[in-house]
Design a binder for this molecule. Sequence first.
Ligand SMILES: Cc1cc2nc3c(=O)[nH]c(=O)nc-3n(C[C@H](O)[C@H](O)[C@H](O)COP(=O)(O)OP(=O)(O)OC[C@H]3O[C@@H](n4cnc5c(N)ncnc54)[C@H](O)[C@@H]3O)c2cc1C
Length: 473
Amino acid sequence: MTTLMDSLASLADLIGPANVLSAPDDIAPYAVDWRGAYRGTPDAVLRPSTTREVSELVRYCATIGLAIVPAGGRTGLSGGAVPAANGPRSVVLSLERLSRIRELDARDFSLVAEAGCVVQNVQQAAADAGRLFPIQWGAQGTAQIGGMLSTNAGGIRTLRWGNARELVLGLEVVLPDGRVLDDLRRVRKDNSGYALRHLFIGGEGTLGIITAAALRLQPALKRVETAFVAVPSPDAALSLLSRMMESGADVIAFELCGRYSMEMVARHGVGLRIPLPLESPWFVMVELAAAHKSVPLREILEDTLAEAMEAGEVTDAAIAESEAQRLAIWKIREDSPECSRKDSPAVSTDTAVPVSAVPEFLRVAERELKARWPEGRMAAIGHAGDGNIHVSLHAPAGMTDRPTWVARAGEAEPLVNAIAVSLGGSFSAEHGIGQSKRHAMATHKNPVAMDIMRVVKGAIDPTNRMNPGKVLP
Ligand SMILES: Cc1cc2nc3c(=O)[nH]c(=O)nc-3n(C[C@H](O)[C@H](O)[C@H](O)COP(=O)(O)OP(=O)(O)OC[C@H]3O[C@@H](n4cnc5c(N)ncnc54)[C@H](O)[C@@H]3O)c2cc1C
């Protein structure tokens, strides 16, 4: 029988003792998720630095029956990167040392990055080459390429460039048996059978470990204009969205924020100032962009906002006058999850509906949540441009204990999921399933789709060692 000490020694032989963490203080950060909602302690944390090392570790873990939980920047919001509390013995395999950019070809508009590259570093490398890696969201300074792909992250620019999935040309993946699936090509056309990479994108580490990705780049943006706008209702916001989309400019972000979310930012944001008085029930952050400097973007934005004001869709607007002001507007959006976390315990959701159904979704959610939890405070903030509004129900003022609030109002999450599904939407928009949404898979996922997912999982990971207890109910 292999003891834990034997296993740790063998793992250390493969990647060096400094890269096998087993002291409680060292593994503690890997044993809890970003929200503090999920906890699970691995036997060890492994930190390989090459694809080959990942492959050797996976092979060794297979021989001794240890499960593997891949971890990136650990900013995931569904408990995917933390071992399941009552799961089998496991190790966390952190990709943090696979952090090289292997290749950047500006003429090809592509870049090959290892899984542990921090998303922001990839954005910077692209910018240094006069290119844009367009995905953007609040945790980009910590989240990694492997995590971004494994959750098929969205963010504020999905309406223009799609989710992470749309930005991938090729992948390199270590399979549960240790083999390397080398599909790291940069070709734009390849109809040679099943597009296997799409199983691993959004797979949340249940089918294999992504070790590198070939990513699509865009031309750098030469002009960007951003406005913070007060709107009377989500309906008005959608009319404004149509107007902006028809303006001739590229709309690269369109975020809708309820007043309560902005109040939380005003209360807890460090160095943040909301550019308009908090008198409107709803606010929009809109960004237009152009890849050529001759595009009269400012004029387009001002004219479109003036027309929208005349039509009663906009009641007030502040346009960023400098790059610093532009960044300050986005900081409000990016820091909003942290401000919400600081404010009070909340039951949060991650749903999407067709864009045109956003107003109805918000109306029904507000009505139903108020009816069942009149003491709760509903916050709504999200990506109106792609229909993904995060609704959360905060505890009443003075209640600070998360478990108490979750015990009382936890049912708010399935309720909001059901509203989204009834409007033709999804119960899991961009954060993935992880541990937190498995119950919703059982309720809402099409049974034929579930069957196929189980067959795929069984074919690729027959002994269920890759991230057990995640995604599949
Ligand atoms: C403040 C804040 C704002 C956020 N805003 C958004 C947003 O707007 N849009 C959005 O989509 N998400 C958002 N998120 C969620 C989160 O940032 C994303 O899900 C992100 O993609 C996770 O990346 P990560 O590297 O932190 O992954 P982790 O949290 O480390 O892992 C996430 C999942 O992927 C698996 N995984 C990680 N790396 C690999 C790999 N190399 N191979 C296989 N599996 C792997 C893990 O096992 C886990 O299941 C936000 C999070 C925070 C904290």
